[in-house]
Design a protein around this ligand. Structure first.
Ligand code: HEM
Length: 378
């Protein structure tokens, strides 16, 4: 018992001694082993100057800087305020955090702005320029294609009045949308410095209004174009041979095709159907023409990105179509303007179609409209 008491007393004395030594020597040891510039023990630092947290305070040091107000607005993003603006989210001045599947954006408005200004505008603009440059080079080296056969004077009806009306209403709407869309996307950089704010403001406001009205006309006529031309754009086994030799564009020997060749079919399916559907669907969201949608900011941002990216690819693709339909191929524009082509043109550019017409498998005249050209018989 006495031995146990002695052991216990010894431990208490040792623990007390260690505690006392640590308390006295600890700060000194810590000070000597840590940063020599650290303040001595007992030093009390002056309070850190607080950042100006009201506009009035910030205005004294940085006149005109109202960051504190916007920070407060942003922090209250989930608690809508009062506003007399129309529409959803009207009381929220700054977009709060957005959660997409797999992505969380704390500053979605700024992220969207960056995607538009740093990706879509420069890459889309480059794509359109590259397409135009390629077509200019092609025209310079090759000139207009075709015209190797003398006209026979006998004509075939290539497009009925209904097909032409459908095509041209769609084309007029497309050109209106293309011009006004390009001004909306690139006008700030290309036209504003030349025209000045007032003139550019009036022009871009007018074109934006034209864009909003041409959009629905484009949507309806695009649907009609799809229905009207789908039958003759269905794939056929001859398209592969045409594709393998790129239509004979570089060999000078055109590959036989039916009413529309494989190149036209690619424009039809990729350009008219896929890109057309993307541009029209996103455009209807931007115009707020889809009933029942809430039109929240994230919806509009996604619609804007899809719309402008698809429209720019579509523009690059249709630059090729418009080139071939005007200066790129002799007689093509006449076909869509008058509806008729000479048999020589039909044989040179769509030999299988020409052969089917000559064999009586396809009627040479489908509408009751008289042929505009004299058709002397051989
Ligand atoms: C100024 C603009 C345009 C011009 C000058 C133009 C010109 C032409 C010409 C000349 C043809 C006849 C080609 C042939 O005989 O094989 C044609 C066909 C056609 N165009 Fe256009 N076009 C324009 C815009 C458009 C637009 C915007 C679309 C649709 C979005 C379009 C869709 C078609 C279709 C579907 C065909 C029938 C051939 C095919 O299915 O590929 N065109 N165009």
């Amino acid at each position: 018992m006495q031995k146990l008491m002695q052991q216990w007393l010894g431990r208490v004395v040792l623990a007390t001694a260690i505690t006392a030594v640590t308390a006295v020597a600890g700060p000194v040891l810590a000070q000597s082993s840590a940063d020599p510039k650290a303040p001595p023990a007992g030093y009390v630092a002056a309070p850190e100057p607080k950042p100006a947290d009201t506009n009035a305070e910030r205005g004294k040091s940085q006149p005109g800087n109202n960051a504190p107000m916007w920070r407060a607005v942003r922090e209250s993003g989930t608690a809508p305020g009062i506003s007399n603006l129309p529409g959803a989210e009207k009381g929220v001045l700054i977009q709060p955090m957005v959660q997409y599947p797999g992505v969380r954006l704390n500053n979605a408005g700024e992220a969207w702005r960056q995607v538009r200004n740093q990706w879509i505008i420069p890459y889309g603009g480059s794509l359109i320029l590259i397409a135009l440059l390629t077509l200019a080079l092609f025209y310079w080296r090759k000139g207009p294609l075709g015209g190797h056969r003398a006209d026979t004077g006998r004509v075939i009806e290539r497009f009925t009045p209904f097909e032409r009306a459908t095509h041209w209403s769609n084309a007029i709407a497309f050109v209106t949308l293309a011009v006004s869309g390009l001004v909306m996307a690139f006008g700030k950089f290309l036209l504003l410095p030349v025209l000045g704010g007032t003139l550019f403001g009036v022009l871009s406001y007018g074109l934006k209004t034209a864009h909003n009205f041409a959009g629905p006309l484009f949507a309806v006529s695009l649907l009609l174009v799809l229905i009207t031309f789908v039958k003759d754009n269905l794939p056929s086994k001859d398209d592969l041979a045409w594709m393998m030799r790129l239509g004979g564009m570089f060999s000078g020997q055109e590959v036989p095709s039916h009413r529309f060749n494989a190149g036209e079919k690619v424009v039809f399916w990729a350009g008219v159907l896929v890109l057309g559907a993307l541009v029209v669907a996103s455009g209807l969201v931007l115009d707020k023409l889809i009933p029942g949608m809430a039109y929240l900011r994230p919806d509009m941002q996604i619609a804007q990105m899809v719309h402008s990216a698809a429209a720019m690819v579509m523009l690059a693709l249709f630059a090729g179509h418009i080139y071939m339909g005007t200066i790129g191929m002799k007689g093509a524009y006449q076909a869509m303007r008058t509806g008729y082509v000479d048999e020589a043109w039909a044989r040179e550019h769509h030999e299988l179609w020409h052969d089917d017409v000559k064999a009586g498998k396809i009627p040479a005249q489908r509408s009751s409209e008289p042929a505009p050209l004299a058709a002397p018989q051989a």
